[in-house]
Design a protein around this ligand. Sequence first.
Ligand code: NDP
Length: 297
Amino acid sequence: MPQAQIIDGKVYAERVRASVAQEVSTLRRDHDIQPGLAVIVVGDDAASQVYVRSKGEQSLAVGMHSVTHRLPADAHIDELLLLIAGLNEDPRIHGILLQLPLPGHLDQRAALAAISPDKDVDGLHVVNAGRLANGEPALIPCTPLGCMIMLRETLGDLTGKHAVVVGRSVLVGRPVAQLLLQADCTVTIGHSRTLDLPAVCRQADILVAAVGRPQMIRGDWIKPGAAVIDVGINRVPFDNPEKAAAGRTKLVGDVAFKEAREVAGWITPVPGGVGLMTVACLLQNTLTAARRQNGLG
Ligand code: NDP
């Protein structure tokens, strides 16, 4: 059997960004509306700073208004809530993204709940989760949205396919499962208490792995020809003992890529797969929010 085809996140993310840039330009020209994204970051976590910079740069690159608000690591929750309240009222801002995780003393749930659901471009507000579950128009979490774009572009109609999602987090597993259900898949959700997870995964025409365990899903868990979407991003030491001894690390997914590629029909690599779609879908959501807030559907 030939090796699985790679679902290249770079190609799809570029396509999403190009389409968003085109629509932003039309909105600005025809309606004098410039979609605006505000990113809030609390503290100085190095990884968060990299993500936030990338979000700011990419939103500017597609023609959006973009602002980043930085609060100190010891910021009080009231300071954060006041900032969010101001952005909720700011007509230049259509999307608000709170970079997670927050420092431990801040109540993440309270902060997310304070964001206007209409500006919640991360799709994490309980109102958006409810709308998604009810099949109503919602702002959909960026990573799940990216997974669905890649699946639809790769497979076309998903009707009747058996999708297995491993992971049931609010951020990834649950919304992916809801979206697959909306696409008329038969959906199974696996998690840490699932019995005989390999056998469950082997039934999947579509396998979405969102576990956070490096290379947990092995090649013999995969049905021949399945589409495998690997959401996991795990940092591990290099296999090469010299590099590992020097403290060097690399990124791997939740799927054992080399083994899986021998069995699957399609597979996303890590890095270079789902991760690249996440920021592209943030731009898509900011555009959607701007359109809806201006009555443009
Ligand atoms: P969470 O830790 O919130 O959820 C992990 C899920 O995996 C839980 O539902 C848990 O089950 C399940 N799980 C854990 N261990 C096992 C196991 N041994 N067998 C079966 N299920 C298990 O993680 P997230 O959903 O936030 O993230 C998942 C992965 O995706 C991470 O690697 C993260 O870095 C990555 N990620 C990537 C993004 C991207 O842009 N590509 C964006 C967001 C996340 P239970 O509920 O029973 O505990």
